[in-house]
Design a protein around this ligand. Sequence first.
Ligand SMILES: O=P(O)(O)OC[C@H]1O[C@H](O)[C@H](O)[C@@H](O)[C@@H]1O
Length: 446
Amino acid sequence: MSVTFNGKYLEPFIGAHEYDALQPQVTALHKVLHEGTGLGNKFLGWINQPETYDREEFARIKAAAEKIKKDTEVFIVIGIGGSYLGSRAVVELLQSPFYNNLKKNTPDIYFVGNNINSGYLNEVLSLCEGKEVSVNIISKSGTTTEPSIAFRVFRELLEKKYGKEGARGRIYATTDRAKGTLKKLATEEGYEAFVVPDDIGGRYSVLSAVGLLPIAVSGVDIDELMAGAKAAKDALATDDLSQNDSYKYAVARNILARKGKDIEILVSYDPAFAMMNEWWKQLFGESEGKDGKGLYPASAVFSTDLHSLGQFIQQGSRTMFETVVHFGEAKTPLTIGKLDEDIDGLNFLAGKTLDFVNDRAFEGTVLAHTDGNVPNIVLEVPKISAHEVGYLIYFFWKACALSGYLVGINPFDQPGVESYKKNMFALLGKPGYEEQKAALEARLGR
Ligand SMILES: O=P(O)(O)OC[C@H]1O[C@H](O)[C@H](O)[C@@H](O)[C@@H]1O
């Protein structure tokens, strides 16, 4: 097993019999999930995806990535939510958060269309000056405002730079197989198109073309990523809690929620994991947070945040627990040197690696936070590799699905996201929203 559930530090908070008590529910809900009889059952394509994914499209993704690596210096990835977080998370974790600054033979990658800030977009535009640019527009619906606006801007840039025909060969559209504005445009313009499968929702789409094209462009081995997910699919196909660590994680967080915890903080000791935190927040937040229920997904990177949030976690309101993703092996170890004169008093660490120190910080923190009544789940991941990350992604997917069913909600929809959108469209004066506009303007005192 690649990702293992370490429940050692949970023992003061959860007794073994509490897991056993939930086994019958897990067995029943596992059946519901695998037989597709539960809520949101139109969106279960991810369960078998690591095995059944479209090989022909996978080969096209690799070919497109190779072309982009050859003819592109700046690759612009346009998308928001599930159409952006996963690919950025995997690139930053497996390559580097400094990916664009590395000396490398792959293009720089900028993620846009994930906000509506003009400063951000202007800065990325200026980074494209004098560079060979290609664009991947990613939207399952094809109608999301943020990426649509950014695509307008970059399409214009490409058409000005390369002409209409030249731009066509540099635009890649990842969207619905058959419907939606973006699909229509891609067909009309002749952009190379990749598919977001009908039965896979945005937050479960990182291992489809949505994530795979940008990830492949960054030089990550996508075969290994898929092989890791496949290993997880096979290992996590059982309902037996003693054999399925993904379900055990789901159950532990469910028990803690029933004991009054409201917040789960996903913790890593690697800053390269920061965007994985963000990906995980969408996965669990959008899946579980509905009908007045769900754990609020928060995140922290230690030891950085021990110097900001650490005080609150140790002694503030006792509403949270932590889930630490602990990697066993560092990507590139670094050893601490010895000074002739021990001016900083750190010679006792000479010859030790930074990871040795980081691991003692981890152990010390887990024990301190546990003493402070913050339960700690630890997920052990042997190392940072494409295989392990593929496994981890699937591990979280599966845990999230079971978790949602345990909470009694539909883990695969997100109706609440529409509320702000409707208001925004009305306030922007979108045709058809006239009545709402008047009501909202009155509430805003205009
Ligand atoms: O891929 P898209 O259709 O553009 O959607 C992008 C994102 O925005 C929506 O508002 C949903 O809440 C997310 O689940 C989705 O991942």
